[in-house]
Structures are given as structure tokens and as C-alpha cells.
Design a protein around this ligand. Structure first.
Ligand SMILES: CC(C)(COP(=O)(O)OP(=O)(O)OC[C@H]1O[C@@H](n2cnc3c(N)ncnc32)[C@H](O)[C@@H]1OP(=O)(O)O)[C@@H](O)C(=O)NCCC(=O)NCCS
Length: 180
């Protein structure tokens, strides 16, 4: 098991306070295990989704790709981010994010999202975009984005954004584009 680094974050169980997982930056050795977790957590054919065309051949934002492992090194959850553009503005695309089915509902998904949103803000990013369920992501401050379109077919109600600096999404409209 890898040693704990200075940028690692402990994740404590919300009721018992016991440390269940440690969040750390994803490494090259984690890649395929994270892919397997995403395969398990999403419907088959996830990579056929239009959002994956925005990620193809573009490196993810390394410092925001984080894995949660328990004390035995078992992977409990993971999150990745990619750089994209909307109307010429730089945007972070959150996702995929997934928690292993045996660890869901204990706050780990929230921990991965809060940890990386805070890091993104510290690192000077202005705004985040994702495609997901507003009833889940609204608790982190994500709101429906009007005038921002993902490659079809994407339900516009699932296109959500978060400001990391005040009014970061104001006046930003257009289709979401790959980073050139
Ligand atoms: C979505 C996911 C990452 C959340 O992680 P988690 O660790 O289970 O979530 P948390 O423990 O932080 O939060 C649990 C709460 O979120 C709610 N929730 C989870 N998914 C939700 C959804 N899609 N819509 C609305 N609420 C949702 C749960 O009902 C629970 O509610 P409660 O706090 O009122 O009990 C996880 O369920 C998962 O991996 N799902 C499969 C993959 C996926 O759908 N990823 C997101 C793509 S948009």
C-alpha cells in the first residue's frame, strides 16, 4: 500500500468518525482500476456518451483526479476532471465520479466532490461544468446552466454549473468544446 502524502485527505465515517478512506491524487498505476470501477458503476456503453468525445486524447487535470482507498488499499471511489471550453472560456468538466456500490450512501461521493471543488478553487480555476442529476449536485451548489449545450444527445436539464469565483458563468454561453 502506498504511504500517505501531504496532499492526502482523510475521509471519516459520518456517524462513527472512523477513518474509512484516504483521498489521494490518482497515479498512472491507478488508471485501469479506476476504469473498472467506472465500468461497474455506470450503464454499459458509458464511453459512447457524447461527453467522452470531449475527453478523447485530452489529458485529464491531474491534480483534480483523486482516488479513495481504504486502509487495505481497496478502491472505494474515484473522480476525474477534464479541461473543456465554452464560448472561448476555460471550463473544468467534472466526471466521471463514482463510488463502489458497497460504499455508497456514506458520504464518500460528497467527500470526493467537496475535496476536488476546493482544490480547483485553490488552484485558480473559475468554473465547473458537469452532466448529472441536479437533485444530487445541487447540494454542492451546482445549478442548471442555460445557454450552454453539450454535444447531443444530452438532456439540457442535466447540464449543471458551479461558480468558483463570483459570477464565473455569467454571460458564458455556447456549445461545450474540446480543448484544442
Ligand atoms: C452518485 C454517487 C457518486 C454518489 O456517491 P455516494 O457516496 O453514494 O453519495 P453520498 O453518500 O455523498 O450521498 C448520498 C445521498 O445522495 C443521494 N443520491 C445519490 N445519487 C443520487 C442521484 N442520482 N440523484 C439524487 N440523489 C442522489 C442519495 O439518495 C443520498 O441521499 P441522502 O443524503 O438524503 O441519504 C454514487 O451513488 C455512484 O457512484 N453512482 C453510480 C455512478 C453515478 O451515477 N455517478 C454520477 C454520474 S452523474
Amino acid at each position: 500500500m502506498r504511504s500517505v502524502g501531504p496532499r492526502d485527505t482523510p475521509f471519516l465515517h459520518k456517524f462513527t468518525g472512523v477513518q474509512l478512506f484516504t483521498l489521494a491524487q490518482e497515479t498512472a498505476e491507478d488508471w485501469w482500476e479506476v476504469e473498472a470501477l467506472f465500468d461497474l458503476s455506470f450503464a454499459p456503453g458509458r464511453t459512447a456518451l457524447s461527453s467522452y468525445r470531449l475527453r478523447e486524447d485530452v489529458p485529464p487535470v491531474a491534480e483534480l483526479c483523486r482516488v479513495a482507498r481504504d486502509e487495505s488499499g481497496i478502491l472505494g471511489g474515484a473522480i476525474r476532471y477534464w479541461p473543456v471550453q465554452v464560448g472561448g472560456a476555460q471550463v473544468l468538466l467534472l466526471g466521471p465520479v463514482a463510488v463502489h456500490p458497497t460504499a455508497q450512501g456514506e458520504g464518500l461521493g460528497a467527500a470526493l466532490i467537496r475535496d476536488t471543488v476546493a482544490r480547483a478553487q485553490e488552484n485558480g480555476f473559475a468554473r465547473i461544468l458537469l452532466v448529472g442529476d441536479e437533485p444530487y449536485y445541487s447540494r454542492f451548489g451546482f445549478r442548471r446552466l442555460h445557454g450552454v449545450t453539450m454535444p447531443p444527445p444530452t438532456n439540457p436539464d442535466r447540464v449543471l454549473g458551479l461558480d468558483l469565483v463570483p459570477n464565473a458563468w455569467e454571460a458564458i454561453t455556447g456549445s461545450v468544446q474540446r480543448t484544442p
